[in-house]
Structures are given as C-alpha cells and as structure tokens.
Write a protein that binds this ligand. Structure first.
Ligand code: KG4
Ligand code: ZN
Length: 338
C-alpha cells in the first residue's frame, strides 16, 4: 500500500511516497536553511512563504521519483501538529486540496509520532512496545510506545527542549544555524571534561528534564569570557556542554527502562543525530542489556518519509480526517485530537 506523505512543520518542505510504512519509494526535501541562516534561526513567516512556493513542485517530484501517479496512492498523510502554525497550514491545506481532487483519504499525522516512526524505516523488524527518547528542537520526551498508535509520555522537560538548548549555546559561541549540528561537529575532538556544568535540579517526577539552567550557564560563561577578553576553546566547551546535556538524557532513559521494564530503547527527533548521544546511549544499553535503535542520519531531521511510515499505521488503525482538518501549533503526542 502506497502512502503519499507531506511535511511542512518547520523549515523543510517535504514529500515522500512510502510503501507499507517501511519502504521509501521517494523522499524529497526542499530545505530552507540558506534562507534562515542570516537570521541565526527559523523566521516563521519566511518559512510559510517558502513552503507555499515549494510545495507543489516537491509533491510532484515525490510522485515522479516513485514512478507513480495519484491513481497508485492509497491515502495522503500530512503533518498537522505540532509545529509552526503558518508552516503547518501550508501542508495541511495542500493535502486537503489533493485529497478532495483525487478522492483519496486524508490521514493526519502527529509530528513526534512520525519522528519515532522514522525507526520503522531504518529497522525493518522493529515493532512496539518500546521506550522512545524523543528529542527535537521543541520537545524532550520519554515516551512509552505501547503500540503503533498508543503513546504515553512518562517523562518530559519542565522548561527548554534539548535541541533548543544545543541551538542557543551554539549561537552564543558564534556557530552558524543549524546550531545543534554545527555544535556537534565543532565539539568532535574536544575534551568533555575541560569545562564543568552544574547538574540540573529538576522539579517534577524522577523522569523529568530541565535544560534551561544548563543553557543559561553556557550563555553566561560565553558572555563573561567575552567581557574579560578570555578565549573559549569551542571544541572543549562544546564537548563539555554536549556531555552535560546527554548525561541528563541517558540517565533518565535508563531510569525509565528500569521502571517500565522495557528492553528496547528507540531514539527519535533531530537531536538523535547527535554523535555523543548515540555513543553514550550505545554504551549504557550494552551495559544494561537493552537494545538500542536510532534512525539513519538522513531520517533524523524533518522529512516526509517518516510521515508516510506513521501515516500507514494511523491509516490501518482507521484514522481519517475530513475537509475540516485544522493545524495545531501544540498537541500532546499521547492525547492527540486525531
Ligand atoms: O526534529 P527536528 O529536525 O525539528 C523539530 O521537530 O524541532 O529537530 C531539530 C533540532 C534542532 O534543535 C537541531 O539543532 C537539533 O535538532 N540537531 C542536533 C543535531 N542535528 C540536529 N542537535 C545535536 N546534534 C546534532 N547532530
Ligand atoms: Zn521535527
């Protein structure tokens, strides 16, 4: 069964054709990085306008690359939440128009669910139940994935997301957008013990995260050094900072595995591309008899193939939307409206 998937939640206009939730027939991404780089981050209005310009061509390319027409497509899956509202609306509206004109069913897909589903493409045999650490620019969750469509958040950040925390420190260090990726690269050969960062004190449950203290500590240290004309070693500083963020993520994920008894750990979201997170999680899983899964690098960031993967499972579970489908800037993964 072929699903045409559309994603426009942030700064990538993407469309893909995915077969049976697992096989990519095409995966087209028009990235807007060059347009946002001068501003040091995503400018929502520019993102929306660029989605409008790109979306028709991107969807046409996805069909062409997959060597199919709308006649071969069973359903249209689209990211409807969460994300930048103006950006999401472009994808949702386009998908609605296409569903109406082609008579194909429309399947709304939650963005974070699709990040988790990227793993179904990278790991043919992976099936729920498992525990997922979902770490993106806007979210840091530990999710108990009970089935393809049943999710329970068991830990989350009380303030900033891990990705936001990486981006802000990168920016303060003068690294270009996208910050997390460039920080990861700059820190590659750094000494993670060179700088010390406080271990966050977290309100909430034992599985909650807090990253705002780390972020503020990093930004203040960089500004203080600048004022005193002191040199910051970017590789060492980046490595120490990433190590502090990753420690919070790995410790809580291990605790969550102990509490739930889950043996499979699945990384998801843009930050799952981080080399230190992958390595540290690998070590912890090996030591504790846990199986680790993460998406191939090209599926970690926003893309439509993952929307096609989750869209398939949502569709076969009976989920469909009509012409009234709206987009939502926020939407919990476990209590999604659709
Ligand atoms: O999932 P994603 O592409 O978009 C959202 O849904 O937010 O995640 C983007 C986030 C950004 O904060 C970006 O800096 C971070 O993922 N990121 C990374 C790396 N690659 C992307 N963070 C750390 N290391 C990386 N290699
Ligand atoms: Zn994302």
């Amino acid at each position: 069964m072929k699903i045409l998937a559309i994603e426009s939640s942030c700064d990538e206009t993407a469309a893909a054709v995915v077969e049976d939730g697992r096989r990519i027939l095409s995966n087209i991404i028009a990235s807007q990085v060059d347009a946002h780089i001068v501003y040091g981050g995503v400018v929502p209005e520019i993102a929306s306008r660029m989605h409008v310009e790109a979306i028709s061509g991107v969807v046409a390319q996805a069909l062409e690359k997959a060597e199919c027409t709308m006649d071969d497509i069973e359903a249209i899956a689209v990211t409807y939440a969460p994300g930048l509202i103006g950006a999401l609306l472009v994808g949702v509206n386009f998908a609605k128009g296409l569903a109406l004109s082609s008579g194909k069913p429309l399947v709304p897909v939650h963005h974070l669910r699709s990040h988790i589903a990227a793993n179904y493409i990278s790991h043919e045999k992976l099936e729920p139940p498992f525990l997922s650490l979902v770490v993106s620019g806007g979210h840091s969750h530990i999710v108990n994935v009970k089935s393809y469509t049943d999710f329970e958040i068991i830990g989350q950040t009380m303030d900033d997301a891990a990705g936001e925390c990486m981006d802000k420190a990168a920016r303060a260090l003068g690294l270009p957008y996208p910050g997390g990726l460039n920080l990861d690269r700059a820190a590659k050969d750094g000494n993670p013990k060179a700088y010390s960062f406080p271990k966050p004190k977290v309100q909430g449950s034992e599985l909650s995260f807090s990253f705002s203290g780390l972020k503020t500590a990093a930004v203040n240290a960089i500004h203080n050094a600048k004022q005193k004309d002191e040199e910051i070693n970017i590789a060492d500083f980046g490595a120490s900072y990433i190590s502090a963020v990753v420690r919070c993520l790995t410790e809580n994920t291990l605790k969550a595995a102990e509490i739930t008894g889950q043996k499979k750990i699945v990384l998801a979201g843009g930050v799952s591309a981080n080399s230190v997170l992958r390595k540290e999680m690998e070590d912890i899983c090996n030591k504790n008899g846990l199986e680790l899964y993460y998406p191939e690098l090209f599926l970690c960031g926003d893309n439509a193939a993952m929307v096609g993967a989750q869209g398939y499972y949502e569709y076969i579970s009976g989920k469909k939307a009509g012409a009234e489908l709206n987009a939502y800037a926020t939407m919990p993964i476990d209590k999604a409206v659709f």
